[in-house]
Design a protein around this ligand. Structure first.
Ligand SMILES: [Zn+2]
Length: 181
């Protein structure tokens, strides 16, 4: 586990920042990615973007289940959407927003270009849940929170839980400040 990495929750400011490209493919990158998998798997998630692990880098990891079978560990560094088509609406959640879910419209099929942990470029295609997860994670890298894609009624319904998360964050920030003085 990398010491300075942990799951970040809304409204942590790191979630609103545009993440930076990875330029060097070092053992530290691999160690950070391993920590991302540990965080994601510990929470039972199927995808995690680096900002959700307090790291402002353009990296995300996935484990997309295939039916009942647990999916393989996949890493995407500096991902770029090459093409996206179709329309698919389904319920979505986010590890940074515990207990908040809503139906969101995404593309049905996505082609992605990215690099692996050695910097080798590759292209991959996904449909359905896989495509949805990629778009969700790339949103994270651009500082876009999934609640901004909620329908007005769903956002209104999520409001009390969002306020609760904002209060918890404020309390943590206050506690952190006290600990430093
Ligand atoms: Zn998310």
């Amino acid at each position: 586990m990398m010491r300075n990495m942990k799951l970040t929750w809304y409204p942590d400011p790191v979630l609103r920042r545009r993440a930076k490209d990875i330029a060097e493919f070092t053992p530290e990158l691999a160690a950070r990615v391993e920590t991302m998998f540990e965080i994601m798997e510990g929470e039972g998630g199927i995808g995690l973007a680096a900002p959700q692990a307090a790291w402002g880098a353009r990296v995300f990891v996935t484990r997309i289940p295939a039916g009942e079978v647990e999916g393989p560990r996949r890493v995407y560094v500096n991902p770029v959407v090459v093409s996206a088509e179709g329309r698919d609406e389904a319920e979505e959640g986010c590890l940074s927003f515990p207990d908040i879910r809503a139906r969101i419209v995404r593309h049905a099929r996505v082609v992605l270009r990215a690099q692996d942990l050695e910097g080798r470029p590759f292209e991959e295609e996904a449909a359905g849940l896989g495509a949805r997860c990629w778009e969700h994670e790339i949103d994270h890298l651009d500082g876009i929170l999934f609640i901004t894609r909620f329908k007005a009624g769903d956002l209104l319904q999520a409001k009390p839980k969002l306020l609760e998360l904002e209060e918890k964050h404020a309390a943590r920030t206050r506690a952190g400040r006290k600990a430093r003085t």
